[in-house]
Design a protein around this ligand. Structure first.
Ligand code: GAL
Length: 428
């Protein structure tokens, strides 16, 4: 079966657990892609470790373990933040170097940290703060970029670019400064001799219209180019996190990796989105949103025949069930996300009534979005029951200045489901 990237729905690893990796990066090693991300909790921002998963196709995910766990004390100790983990390989030492944003829970002690490992998927050793001229780099949102000659760079919020030393363990030169005032979550790539750097605006976990700049030289001058997704789409409801090279049948493409956050239930309900970046005449864009697509040839997944399943509720415990049969395939749930959306629990029970998969789905989106909300792992042939239950809760969070973000309601709004391949009903 041709592999599909399922955007904006929870992914499951080989053990059936949700892939918990956010503010992530993807590093390729041979045919294998390693995903490193924040291993979130479902209640607060506290650092809970950085996870590592591997895949060859972005659909089959193997949990490699925790790349870095909580430290007993220090920058990543109890009561600290650890975010936006990025991994680069030193061309000189061959070691893997992990950089991350460390902070206190109020985000008032930002500092970039470093951890090192001999193997990409091993257990990284925390080495302390990243230094520039002997001082801590006191920045929060960060990213990394490795140039074609192997030189690695640290990117920070507001648009500072630091060249790292050959070991990637220190910042050696500030090559560009303050190129994106107000910008967060930097991600960068090089295409056709030009550098492209993207940023989000500062709205905490809320999505906004992200933008980009270009330059012929990494030191600048950097030119503001504007948005790379349609205005008002809030970057197709994502925050940029990373850009990586992805091999397809048609060659290498630049892949956008973004976060669809879901505070406080980040571990269960925050999701990832991957879309191909297109370049033309010095401009970069994501031409269209695809809820699911095949990276092998870029083709969009076609929705199967959707069977009606109407359920709209904001009352805790209210639910709906539907029975279905699959002959070795998946079940899909379709719904409408809105600014009044809340959380819903999805459970797939087998014929003995045992839950074979469960997930928490967020129906919140500041911009209305209809479509796939849940995709099960591949199920063995058999009869199952799909159970959806409103949790009567929704995401909300506050920025430092007290501004409230998140849902105005707690609504779960489902309109249909589908099973594929479906061994019983083939009526449309
Ligand atoms: C975002 C930032 C995230 C996280 C969040 C906390 O703007 O990109 O990494 O720090 O704020 O509110």
């Amino acid at each position: 079966m041709e592999r599909v990237i399922w955007n904006g729905v929870p992914w499951f690893d080989r053990d059936g657990n949700v892939v918990n990796a956010h503010g992530a990066c993807i590093v390729r090693e041979g045919d294998v892609y390693y995903l490193f991300g924040e291993y979130k909790t479902n209640d607060e921002n506290r650092y809970n470790g950085f996870s590592c998963y591997s895949t060859r196709d972005f659909e089959d995910w193997k949990f490699e373990g925790m790349a870095l766990s909580a430290e007993a004390g220090g920058l990543l100790g109890p009561g600290r933040i650890g975010e936006r983990v990025k991994v680069v390989k030193s061309a000189v030492t061959g070691k893997y170097v992990m950089l991350m944003h460390t902070d206190d829970l109020n985000y008032s002690d930002p500092c970039i940290g470093v951890a090192v490992c001999d193997t990409i998927n091993g257990s990284y050793t925390f080495a302390g703060p990243l230094l520039y001229k002997g001082e801590k780099v006191r920045k929060w949102d960060m990213g990394t970029f490795v140039d074609e000659d192997g030189t690695a760079y640290l990117l920070t919020h507001e648009g500072n670019i630091y060249r790292l030393n050959a070991e990637c363990t220190e910042a050696e030169e500030l090559v560009a400064e303050n190129i994106a005032p107000g910008g967060e979550s930097p991600a960068m790539c090089r295409y056709g001799g030009k550098y492209y750097i993207m940023f989000s605006q500062k709205t905490s976990w809320e999505r906004n219209d992200n933008y980009y700049l270009t330059a012929d030289n990494i030191a600048g001058p950097w030119v503001m180019k504007g948005l790379f997704c349609p205005e008002g789409s809030l970057t197709y409801n994502t925050q940029c996190s990373y850009i990586f090279d992805c091999q397809t049948a048609e060659g290498s493409i630049k892949m956008y990796l973004g976060d669809r956050w879901s505070y406080p239930r980040q571990a269960s309900a925050a999701t990832l989105v991957m879309l191909p970046l297109a370049f033309e005449g010095g401009n970069m864009r994501i031409s269209r949103y695809m809820q699911a697509w095949r990276p092998a040839d870029g083709s969009e997944w076609r929705e199967p025949c959707i069977r009606p399943l109407a359920f709209c509720s904001d009352v805790k415990g209210e639910g709906r069930q539907a029975e279905f049969c699959v002959s070795g395939g998946r079940v899909y749930l379709f719904g409408a996300a809105s600014d009044e959306g809340g959380y819903c629990r999805v459970e797939i029970r087998n014929s003995e009534g045992r839950a074979v998969n469960e997930a928490v789905i967020d129906f919140y989106s500041a911009v209305p979005m209809k479509g796939l909300r849940y995709v099960s792992p591949e199920l063995k042939s058999g009869e199952y029951t799909l159970c959806v239950t409103a949790l009567g809760e929704s995401g909300e969070w506050f920025q430092k200045d007290g501004t409230r973000f998140g849902s105005k309601g707690r609504r779960v709004d489902i309109y249909g489901f589908a099973a594929e391949p479906d061994s019983i009903e083939k009526d449309c």
